[in-house]
Design a protein around this ligand. Structure first.
Ligand code: GLN
Length: 535
């Protein structure tokens, strides 16, 4: 079968969960036995989100090849079996960068370079590239932003041309829209959806499926209206109510609405019905856990739900595998800078310190880490979390007063965390970190080895600074254990403490490799230790 294409657009407002809808459709199509590919087309001009503030953009999701991408790619990898690469994430910035580089080389042979055809050709080439590199039965391409955005137009025009090129029978356009409830009228309103569909029609795109985000059930009359005014078959009006408990319910909800069936019919694909048994079992464990455990996440961006997305999801996966639910206590690290952390952290069964940049809140993270070490509370440190754990140990156990990372103090008395000599000349910020998958060798007989059950692992990285080996001996003599390093031994990847029941921290980001039915060993080990610790 040659590849079929699904384009997912969004209308009315942003934050409709388009990425989750695309990922959930991917889940259902995989459950039908199809090979699915997923791609994000982002209209913003940043080349990648690597330089964006998490407050603006949420988490930066890192792929195996080191691409720094939108958090929707995290949904894609968690909801399906796809392993994504740089090609699966395209922004206008990248498209223009390519086109302009070509122009400078003289590849356009004196022609005027224009949005149509040069930019649109590049967009289409990037859709085709995914299929060439990752052959699949169906490629789902999600277009970021909202219909009507100026930046989105070249993408929509490219899709219009693409539909003509591959044939309309091979494409389905799914439009995710909002059907708001107006309390004063006591009614669900279809007009915003009609208008955003009209906008697409102006451009020459004809969505065949509507995924309607709604607080209330749609009702036959509303479905009928949407079908007629938006020109989609009645069974292609899909109700997507806000899920009660977990985002992982979304594929099951869309299956009840027969989304996968409708899409397959429109694409003329015959498959078995979607077998969602494993997925349902996972959801059941997430929704109705037998026990609960309280875990503190001490971070800088805790008020923003999306900033530590993959970490929260990884905790959910790990907890579900242990038939427990997590109650997260989100602690603003800055608050702990002044305060004694004990009253805040007294009733948690585990403490997690996530990654981060810049010095805001670092001292608070150090205090939370000290509390975990001294009180023997299970501790998991991720990236900056490992750096913080190293600084804390150096200061408070090895007596190296003022120990710090050169990220926060350019000339500390003891630079426990520092740049490598080779990195000191790098001045640009974009894609200049240690990024993507790197191997780690794990020492036998360590907690890390027991958790991973392996001596060789690969994990995704995104950081600049490294543990300074100059202090290794002194730290180890005091009970600091370096349980994982790069294969040549030069870079420290995993640390733990000799005199602590469960204290692990890593220089990488395990949260990018956890999936619903295969939780990451570090998170599973951590949640297991929290359960054992109890409260
Ligand atoms: N800021 C630290 C570094 O660059 C940690 C980065 C992170 O936590 N992702 O090394």
């Amino acid at each position: 079968m040659s590849t079929k294409f699904i384009f997912v657009t969004g209308g009315v407002v942003s934050s409709l969960g388009k990425g989750l809808a695309a990922a959930s459709l991917g889940t259902l199509l995989e459950c039908r036995g199809l090979k699915v590919g997923l791609q994000k087309l982002d209209p913003y001009l940043n080349v990648d989100p690597g330089t964006m503030n998490p407050f603006q953009h949420g988490e930066v999701y890192v792929l195996n090849d080191g691409a720094e991408t939108d958090l929707d790619l995290g949904h894609y990898e968690r909801f399906t079996h796809t392993v994504l690469s740089r090609s699966n994430s395209t922004s206008s910035g990248q498209v223009y960068e390519t086109v302009l580089a070509r122009e400078r080389r003289g590849d356009y042979l004196g022609k005027t370079v224009q949005v149509i055809p040069h930019v649109t050709d590049e967009i289409k080439a990037r859709i085709r590239k995914v299929v060439a590199e990752q052959p699949c039965d169906i490629l789902i391409s999600e277009i970021g932003g909202t219909t009507g955005d100026i930046e989105g137009l070249p993408f929509l025009e490219a899709i219009r041309q693409f539909v003509l090129e591959v044939g309309p029978q091979n494409v389905v356009i799914v439009h995710v829209t909002l059907v708001p409830y107006i309390r004063a009228a006591g009614e669900l309103k279809t007009k915003p959806s009609q208008q955003s569909i009209a906008k697409l029609r102006e451009i020459g795109l004809h969505p065949q499926v509507l995924i309607c985000r709604t607080e209330l059930p749609l009702g036959d009359d509303v479905r009928q209206k949407l079908s007629v005014f938006c020109n989609v078959p009645l069974d292609a009006v899909i109700e997507a109510r806000d899920v009660d408990h977990s985002i992982y319910e979304m594929p099951l909800m869309l299956k009840r609405e027969k989304l996968d069936e409708t899409v397959c019919r429109l694409l003329q694909i015959q498959t078995k019905p979607a077998d969602t048994t494993d997925w349902s079992r996972f959801v059941e464990r997430v929704v109705k856990p037998k026990k609960r455990v309280k875990i503190a996440v001490v971070g800088k961006y805790i008020e923003l739900q999306d900033a530590y997305k993959s970490i929260y999801e990884s905790l959910t996966h790990a907890a579900a595998s242990l038939d427990c639910g997590t109650d997260l206590l989100l602690v603003d690290a800055e608050e702990l800078e002044e305060k004694d952390p004990a009253p805040v952290l007294r009733d948690v069964a585990g403490i997690l310190v996530p990654g981060g940049f810049g010095d805001r809140g670092v001292e608070g993270k150090i205090r939370a880490t000290q509390y975990a070490r001294e009180q023997h509370v299970p501790f998991l440190g991720l990236c900056l979390g490992m750096q913080v754990a190293s600084i804390e140990f150096a200061r408070n156990v090895c007596g190296l007063a003022g120990a710090n990372s050169t990220e926060f103090d350019p000339h500390p008395p003891y630079a426990i965390i520092d740049l490598l000599e080779t990195q000191k000349e790098i001045t640009g910020k974009g894609a200049s970190m240690r990024l993507g998958t790197w191997p780690t060798k794990i020492q036998a007989g360590t907690l890390a080895h027991a958790v991973y059950q392996s001596s060789e692992i690969t994990e995704r990285h995104r950081h600049r600074y490294e543990f300074n080996q100059k202090y290794r001996q002194q730290m180890e003599d005091n009970g600091f254990v370096i349980s994982g390093t790069s294969p040549d031994g030069t870079l420290v990847e995993l640390i733990e403490l000799r005199d602590h029941p469960w204290f692990l921290a890593c220089q990488y980001h395990p949260e990018f490799q956890s999936k619903p039915n295969s939780p990451h060993p570090l998170f599973k080990g951590f949640v297991g230790a929290c359960l054992a610790h109890g409260i």
